[in-house]
Design a binder for this molecule. Structure first.
Ligand code: ADP
Length: 375
């Protein structure tokens, strides 16, 4: 009844309320803990009894599932209600002599036990939620520092060059003038790209709050659709593998990452190749319990020199500096991809297993409960 009533309150499937056998074991353990306390109230529920560890685990699970704190409180209120009505049902069949006062005290102990466990679960939930917020704040501060630093440098370079334009020796020298104008334009262009990336990121944050899950093949098709025009303009063919696993993924995160990877594949296509392509594929990898879905974007572009490969995902790092293909960029794209997938428990990296082009990948944890939805 407890399970049914939780399910009726929150938008989570019944199997997901306690998604693994281990978690399903929570119920008897929680009940045992409560019963022990009722039998012997002198034995306080202390931190080392198993029921406390289970109650804490439940707090972490509920956070991961996106319950809010109020729902946890409610969940235990329901448990208290279910147990109390059981107590009312059996109280008449108790054979031992007892006073009314003793029966009331028994009810009071029941609620006290539930309240203790509720508190432990809620505290754990709030503690972990707090840690997540702090972690995100730290990352954000670091990110702000790097971005501000980069913008300040760019602005400084552009201002410096514009001051030079009024120097008499520059005014008279067309070549020098052109050089300083180019410095101004390049730096402004980079600042524009940085701002565009930041805007994309803030859109992503908004989407992530109202997390929208979609099937992986749809998310991949959507990313391809967004870049079809750009690919046609640059004469690059985009193809999508047919056997994509049907797992649920976070739409905003996957689309943001793939749009970055694919647009890089297009931007850094090899001008000397007649057939230029970007190919997308995905597969499930790893063991049952820790299965992940790996998505890859492979291209036959200009590739990345071995000594630059380690730094690709660093903020503002650019190998070509826009000189080889004239591709514009901020050097932020890949670092944003990495931040985004890591924030949802995944990984992002690049592989260069032969000398043709590059392969950029992301791996996302793939939950079994979500997999169960696939046909
Ligand atoms: P940018 O805005 O410069 O494209 P990214 O962070 O997306 O920034 O990429 C960083 C650098 O990595 C790029 O400047 C480019 O030198 C290199 N790079 C990224 N993707 C590819 C690719 N598919 N092929 C070759 N080089 C790439």
């Amino acid at each position: 009844r407890w399970l049914e009533r939780i399910v009726a309150r929150v938008a989570v499937d019944a199997q997901e309320v306690f998604p693994t056998d281990d978690l399903l074991d929570h119920i008897p353990l929680l009940l045992d803990g409560i019963a022990d306390y009722m039998e012997d109230p002198a034995d306080e529920i202390t931190a080392d009894v198993p029921v406390i560890a289970k109650a804490m685990e439940l707090g972490e699970l509920r956070l991961a599932q996106g319950f809010d704190a109020h729902e946890i409180l409610k969940e235990y209120e329901i448990l208290g209600g279910v147990l109390f009505s059981y107590l009312v049902g059996i109280v008449d069949s108790v054979e031992e002599e007892c006073t009314r006062g003793e029966l009331l005290a028994c009810g009071q102990r029941l609620f006290r036990a539930v309240a203790i466990i509720q508190q432990v679960t809620a505290n754990r939930y709030l503690r972990v939620a707090d840690e997540h917020v702090r972690e995100r704040e730290d990352r954000l501060r670091g990110f702000n520092r790097t971005v501000s630093h980069e913008l300040k440098n760019r602005l400084g370079a552009a201002l410096g060059a514009s001051a030079m334009l009024s120097e008499s020796w520059v005014v008279e020298d067309a070549e020098q003038r052109a050089r300083f104008l180019r410095t101004i334009a390049d730096n402004l262009e980079t600042m524009k790209q940085v701002l565009e990336d930041l805007l994309a990121l803030s859109r992503m944050d908004r989407n992530a709050r109202q997390q929208r899950n979609v099937m992986l093949p749809e998310a991949m098709a959507e990313a391809v659709r967004q870049l079809r025009e750009m690919a046609e303009d640059q004469d690059v063919r985009i193809s999508l593998a047919e056997d994509l696993p049907r797992v649920e993924v976070d739409a905003a995160a996957v689309e943001l990452c793939l749009v970055n990877y694919i647009s890089n594949g297009i931007k850094y296509a090899d001008p000397d190749k007649p057939d230029r392509w970007v190919h997308l594929a995905a597969s499930r990898e790893g063991l049952e319990d820790e299965e992940e879905v790996v998505i890859e974007v492979r291209d036959n572009g200009i590739g990345v020199p071995p000594d630059a490969r380690d730094r690709l995902f660093d903020r503002f790092y650019r190998v070509t500096g826009g000189t080889v293909t004239g591709a514009e960029g901020s050097g932020l794209g890949l670092s944003i991809v990495r931040e985004t997938v890591e924030s949802i428990g995944g990984r992002a990296w690049a592989e260069f297993d032969d000398d043709v082009g590059s392969t950029f990948k992301i791996a996302l944890p793939s939950r079994r409960a979500a997999d169960a939805l696939s046909p």
